[in-house]
Design a protein around this ligand. Structure first.
Ligand code: GLN
Length: 192
């Protein structure tokens, strides 16, 4: 199995560590590579898009000529800015901001407020109890009928997944890579 971590910006190293831990916990052989070019995308089973800043992610992907290419990866796990980056619809976008439009969710960028309104919260998820860290997180405003909820914080959906044909998309508004490998295990287990 070969997994890529988009390594142009944001929380890359934390995702590498969480993916390694997940592979160890599941006892599966998994090559984990950093993705910066078209060549790195070749033969990937799954791609993780870290948090950071969605507008910057977009510009760097366009500069490297991989914006369209990423859409061919069959499974994508996006956290925070990564979730914004694969959403079909975003509100509060910067002018010129584009997303990959892969997953049927509508998100409000920075929907929980500014940086100093970032917060941590214990959550019950379908994957078990976790501690979730929200950093200038997007708010999921609505989901399509094919999207399955994995976690809610009070009434807000904060993690969900969608199967589109053979493709699989998983997103979290928070940063699982900072506190748990459960979501990485879920992603790798699906690919297996
Ligand atoms: N607010 C950021 C954005 O618009 C996301 C923040 C994050 O990834 N922690 O991309």
């Amino acid at each position: 199995m070969k997994i890529g971590i988009l390594a142009l910006q944001g929380g890359v190293i934390e995702h590498i560590h969480a993916a390694r831990e997940a592979a160890r916990n599941l006892d599966i052989g998994c090559e984990i590579i950093e993705v910066r070019t078209k060549k790195h995308l070749e033969g990937l089973d799954g791609l993780i898009i870290p948090g950071g800043e969605s507008t910057v992610l977009q510009k760097l992907c366009q500069r490297e000529g991989i914006f369209e290419e990423i859409k061919k990866v069959p499974a994508i796990f996006g956290t925070c800015a990564g979730a914004i980056f694969i959403a079909k619809k975003i509100n509060n976008r910067e002018s010129e901001q584009k997303t990959l439009e892969l997953m049927d969710i509508e998100v409000d960028r920075n929907g929980y407020g500014r940086q100093n309104e970032s917060f941590e919260q214990d959550l019950d998820t379908t994957l078990g109890k976790i501690h979730a860290i929200f950093i200038r997180a997007p708010r999921i405003k609505s989901i399509g009928s094919g999207v399955k909820i994995i976690a809610k914080n009070k009434n807000e959906i904060v993690a969900c997944e969608e199967h589109v044909g053979k493709n699989f998309y998983l997103v979290t508004c928070f940063h699982p890579e900072l506190s748990t490998s459960k979501f990485h295990e879920y992603f790798l287990n699906f690919l297996r």
